[in-house]
Each structure stands twice: as C-alpha cells, then as structure tokens.
Design a protein around this ligand. Structure first.
Ligand SMILES: CC(C)(COP(=O)(O)OP(=O)(O)OC[C@H]1O[C@@H](n2cnc3c(N)ncnc32)[C@H](O)[C@@H]1OP(=O)(O)O)[C@@H](O)C(=O)NCCC(=O)NCCS
Length: 205
C-alpha cells in the first residue's frame, strides 16, 4: 500500500502540488537503510519526531493488520493536524461529501453526494462510496468495492476486494467482508462474512 500512496503523491506533485515523498517509516528493523522503489526506509514509527517539517500518511492496508491501525498511528506521536489527507488527482469527491484527516483515496475512487468519510480511512483503486454513506475512522475499503447508498461502515471495518454492499446496510466495527462477498444484510461487529449472499465465516485473518 505504501508504494501506491507514494505513487499518488508523485502524481499530485506532477499535477503541480508542492509535495515530495521523503521516505518510509517501518518498525521492521531489517528494512532500515533499504529502499522501497526510489524512497529510503528512514527508521521506525517512533522516528517520526525526527521529521518535524513532514506530513505523514498511514500505509496500513491489509485485513490482518486492520486492528492495529489506531495503536500504530498513536505510536508515531504525530499530531492530528500533521496527518495528510491524500486524494489521487483521478479520484472524484462530490462537493457535498466530507473526507477526514489522514484519509487516502487512490486512483478512480468515487465518493458520491453527501458521503462522509472519517479519519485514517483507506480507499483503494476503483471503489465507489455511494451517496449518504458513512465510513467511520480506521476503516479500509479495498479495490473495486461498491458500497451502495446510505450504508454505515463502522470504525475499523475492512471491505475486501470487489465486495458489494447493499443500500442501507450497517457493517459492524472491526468486521471483515471477504473478497467478492455480496452483503445483503447488516454485519455484526468483529465477524467475517463471505460469499453471495454473505454469511458468517470463521476466519484466521
Ligand atoms: C475471507 C478471508 C479473510 C479468508 O482468509 P483465511 O482465513 O486465511 O482463509 P483461507 O484462505 O484459508 O480460506 C478458507 C476457505 O475459504 C475459501 N475462501 C477464502 N476466501 C474466500 C472468498 N473471498 N470467497 C469465497 N471463499 C473463500 C478458501 O477457498 C478456503 O476454502 P477451502 O477450505 O474449501 O479450501 C480472505 O480470503 C479474504 O477474502 N480476505 C480479504 C482480502 C482482500 O480483500 N485483500 C485486499 C488486499 S488489497
């Protein structure tokens, strides 16, 4: 996910925004001093304090790590106003929609009328957040997802690639919707659902 975000920032820079990628922070010490693409791994999350002039973007985007997001973001010590909201130049955000701090919208995402996205939400390419839908803090919407109108995606939920969510549906906090699942009714907090129509599944992720 980090490289997709770096690419997006490069696209924004090419479109005239005064931005550049300085590097990555990763708590895996074996990566320190190496490069991801052209960008150096500068240190661990706690090293954020060494870069007082930088803005930060969270790159956590896998289903297995979704519960760690709030803790890892807090661990950086980065104040709320220095998390950058990243919107790809080819994403569409309705003028009536709201997008929170530290939220990332990758290429070809559409955020439709009166949708509300919280803080540290990640939306991967080609996903649609339809009108009047709310996506709460720390949630992840993987690629090619369709969230229909007036849904609520509660805090820290994860919608897997190509899943579809019926209108007026609530996805519970921390729930995981599997790849290609078709969700036709509310999903309880913390569970995984799979299939078409989606049903509860005992997952290891
Ligand atoms: C549902 C999910 C969490 C299951 O992961 P897991 O617990 O590791 O389970 P496994 O991969 O061992 O699969 C268990 C069984 O479910 C099946 N399965 C896995 N994902 C499935 C899916 N999305 N739809 C239908 N069946 C699925 C597997 O084929 C396997 O069946 P089997 O026992 O008959 O062989 C995972 O497959 C998934 O969909 N994660 C979301 C991934 C995603 O969207 N990533 C985006 C990254 S950008």
């Amino acid at each position: 996910m980090g490289m997709d975000i770096a690419d997006t920032i490069s696209c924004l820079a090419a479109a005239g925004k005064p931005l550049a990628v300085h590097g990555f922070l990763d708590d895996d010490t074996s990566t320190h001093g190496s490069k991801v693409g052209d960008h150096p791994v500068l240190g661990g999350l706690a090293d954020a304090a060494r870069y007082p002039d930088c803005l930060f973007v969270n790159g956590i985007g896998t289903s297995g790590s979704r519960h760690l997001k709030p803790t890892l973001i807090t661990k950086t010590g980065v104040p709320h106003d220095r998390w950058m909201t990243v919107v790809h130049p080819r994403a569409f955000v309705s003028p009536s929609a709201k997008v929170g701090r530290g939220t990332v919208l990758l290429a070809n995402v559409s955020v439709c009328a009166d949708a509300v996205l919280g803080d540290h939400v990640m939306v991967l390419p080609n996903s649609v957040i339809s009108h009047d839908t709310v996506v709460e803090d720390y949630s992840t919407i993987a690629s090619g997802v369709c969230v229909s109108g007036r849904c609520i995606v509660r805090r820290g939920a994860y919608l897997g690639s190509n899943s579809s969510i019926r209108e007026n549906t609530v996805i519970g906090a921390g729930a995981l919707v599997a790849m290609a699942a078709v969700v036709t009714r509310d999903v309880a907090p913390g569970i995984t659902v799979l299939g078409s129509p989606a049903r509860p599944f005992e997952a290891s992720a």
